[in-house]
Design a protein around this ligand. Structure first.
Ligand SMILES: Cc1cc2nc3c(=O)[nH]c(=O)nc-3n(C[C@H](O)[C@H](O)[C@H](O)COP(=O)(O)OP(=O)(O)OC[C@H]3O[C@@H](n4cnc5c(N)ncnc54)[C@H](O)[C@@H]3O)c2cc1C
Ligand SMILES: Cc1ncc(C[n+]2csc(CCOP(=O)(O)OP(=O)(O)O)c2C)c(N)n1
Ligand SMILES: [Mg+2]
Length: 593
């Protein structure tokens, strides 16, 4: 039977077991929307802005582990999608984004709503395709899903010329994966390298496991936990790795990096052998490579993407492969060779780590009791949700407070934009997350700045009755930028204060939701309880928080991990440890250069 290209596309997505498509219609995709209507093969979520379609599909992928799918029209629909695509690309999230294109005879003629989507998306996709011939359609869709989900995952764009959606052909979807000669991800690590790595770890004096988003993407939590336990090693997560190892375990030191814990950052600074597992030595972790390597360390780096290895910091033992496979091999060798780290060294190392941890770098700051501390809101939320909610965040101080104060229990529970730091992801992420797993409370921790970047999605939440909870930590400021201005720009608050903000309670109500404004610390718990009890309502909680809270610890630009700006309560006393070479700055915010 002959089908139109649009119908073939819809059938192909069905063959890929697509459950949701997030999208927005327009001229170039009219045929596709008509086929969606007629064939009714999966659920379409009509967002209010294409950027949100991509973010929601991205969140669906982060929570479900499947490929997220979005559909946008040509021209402005496609360009609106770009921020979402770049966001997913930076965090290695598997997406298939279908964009409409003008008819193939019109391509290159400055046609109405024509944009070279393959060209403009090239730097921020794992791969992209332009389909100009209906005979290429099914194989292109098949390849797109294959590429998006395999190896290092990422977004793939399929740009489809309108005439392709209109022409007719026979539908036949490839059953087996298509062999792509130029794309063959390496899944198993080199055994010689793995043996070398294991020996190096066993001989270490101050070993550290540094894991990241690759463990989440590779579903390797069990393998990571087993190896860390087996060898008795301390471990630390990147922002993207949070939840990949249970955060209440004693061997876990918390997040490292720019806003990492004192103990995690000093552990990395002082470690002599580092096992990096699916983490890419981002500049928010490494800061300046020369300072990072100031204390000599051997680096073992497991990553599925060879281009991630030795990109910023040279690896001594590179292992290209899937984290799950490599960690399994490492555990098998560790056991069969009956290896262990010298117990005296390990004991001494743990003594230092514990002394740093005892300094309690995330202790809540003192207040007069009249202002709401943003950290306190996150802590209370964690308690009330038993550390089990899916948390999405936007970008800014609230994002870091969420990362520091919500103790994640499992992978795929924490969704945020790490690589791009895209303000505006929080609400669409909550939408996609809820659709992927409606059994969990889904809470979006946001700021009054970020939420306004995709606030229109409150309308989508109403249309599909998505009962997400929006926890707005409203400090009236673009707080993270203000923090930098306070610390590094002589307190000149250039364009970071909002002189006017909407009444979020009325705004939420106008969209059909429940709005709450919370101004007193004593009301925080009650408000959260009340909101969480409204299982079928979307609730916007506008917490009026302390305007001038800062996120500490903080590693400033150009500083080493041992040169953290510490919270007030730590500035007075020195750490007590034999390997601690940290010089606690007698820090005065105003005197920072
Ligand atoms: C305001 C702000 C503050 C931030 N502060 C911090 C901070 O303090 N600390 C911090 O850590 N980050 C921070 N970030 C985030 C930072 O920018 C990076 O996004 C983050 O550090 C990267 O995490 P990652 O190294 O785990 O890499 P990811 O981006 O998660 O990359 C994963 C890596 O794993 C590999 N991989 C994927 N799948 C597999 C597999 N199956 N097997 C093997 N390898 C695989 C990939 O190739 C890639 O190299 C901040 C961001 C913002 C916006
Ligand atoms: C799209 C985008 N524009 C600008 C920035 C730069 N930026 C990072 S954090 C931030 C402030 C965020 O303010 P808010 O959402 O109120 O959060 P807060 O830091 O106050 O908690 C800005 C402007 C960004 N990350 N993304
Ligand atoms: Mg703010």
């Amino acid at each position: 039977m002959q089908l139109s290209g649009a119908q073939i596309l819809v059938q192909s997505l069905k063959a890929e077991n697509v459950e949701y498509v997030f999208g927005y219609p327009g001229g170039a995709v009219l045929e596709i929307y008509d086929a969606l209507f007629q064939l009714n093969k999966f659920k379409h979520i009509l967002v209010r802005h294409e950027q949100a379609a991509i973010h929601a599909a991205d969140a669906y992928a982060r929570v479900s582990g499947k490929v997220g799918v979005a559909l946008v029209t040509s021209g402005p629909g496609a360009t609106n999608a770009l921020t979402g695509i770049a966001t997913a690309y930076s965090d290695s999230i598997p997406l298939v984004v279908i964009s409409g294109q003008v008819g193939s005879p019109a391509i290159g003629t400055d046609a109405f709503q024509e944009i070279d989507m393959v060209g403009v998306s090239r730097p921020c996709v794992k791969h992209n395709f332009l389909v100009k011939n209906i005979d290429d359609l099914t194989t292109t869709v098949k390849k797109a899903f294959q590429i998006a989900r395999s190896g290092r995952p990422g977004p793939v764009v399929i740009d489809i010329a309108k005439d392709v959606t209109q022409s007719m052909a026979k539908f036949s979807y490839p059953q087996e994966d298509i062999f792509i000669r130029s794309y063959q991800p390496v899944l198993n690590g080199h055994i010689g390298q793995i043996k070398k790595a294991v020996q190096m770890l066993a001989a270490a004096k101050r070993p550290l496991v540094y894991f990241g988003g690759g463990v989440v993407l590779g579903n390797a939590t069990d393998e990571l936990t087993e190896f860390v336990k087996l060898a008795g090693l301390p471990c630390t997560a990147t922002l993207m790795g949070l939840g990949a190892y249970p955060s209440d375990d004693r061997q876990y030191l918390g997040m490292l990096g720019m806003h990492g814990t004192y103990e995690a950052n000093l552990a990395m600074h002082n470690a002599d052998v580092v096992l990096a597992v699916g983490a890419r030595f981002d500049d928010r972790v490494v800061s300046v490579p020369a300072k990072f390597l100031e204390k000599p360390k051997k680096i073992i780096h497991i990553d599925i993407d060879p281009s991630s290895i030795s990109k910023r910091v040279r690896a001594d033992v590179p292992i290209v492969g899937d984290v799950k496979n490599v960690l399994r091999e490492m555990a098998a060798i560790w056991k069969s060779q009956n290896l262990q780290v010298n117990s005296q060294h390990l004991e001494k190392w743990w003594h230092s780590l514990e002394s740093w941890r005892a300094r309690d770098c995330l202790r809540l700051p003192e207040t007069d009791g009249n202002v709401i501390l943003p950290q306190m809101v996150v802590k209370t939320l964690a308690e009330l949700t038993d550390n089990d909610a899916i948390i999405t965040s936007d970008v800014g101080q609230h994002q870091m407070f969420a990362a520091q104060f919500y103790p994640f229990r499992r992978p795929r529970q924490w969704l945020n934009s790490g690589g791009q730091g895209t303000m505006g992801v929080g609400l669409p992420y909550a939408m996609g997350a809820y659709l992927a797993d409606p059994s969990k409370d889904v809470c979006c921790i946001t700021g009054e700045g970020s939420i306004q970047m995709n606030i229109q999605e409150l309308s989508t939440c109403f249309q599909y009755r998505l009962p997400v909870k929006i926890i707005c930590l409203n400090n009236g400021y673009l707080g993270m930028v203000r923090q930098w201005q306070e610390l590094y720009y002589g307190e000149r608050e250039s364009e970071t204060y909002f002189d006017s903000l909407p009444d979020f309670v009325k705004l939420a109500e106008a969209y059909g939701h429940v709005g709450m404004r919370i101004e007193k610390p004593s009301d925080v718990e009650g408000a959260l309880r009340e909101a969480l009890a409204m299982k079928d309502r979307c609730v916007f909680l506008d917490f009026i928080t302390d305007k001038k809270q800062n996120v500490f610890p903080m590693v400033g630009n150009g500083k080493g991990l041992d040169e953290m700006v510490l919270p007030l309560h730590m500035r007075e006393t020195k750490a007590d440890s034999d390997v601690n070479d940290v010089n606690d700055r007698d820090y005065d915010t105003r005197s920072v250069p």
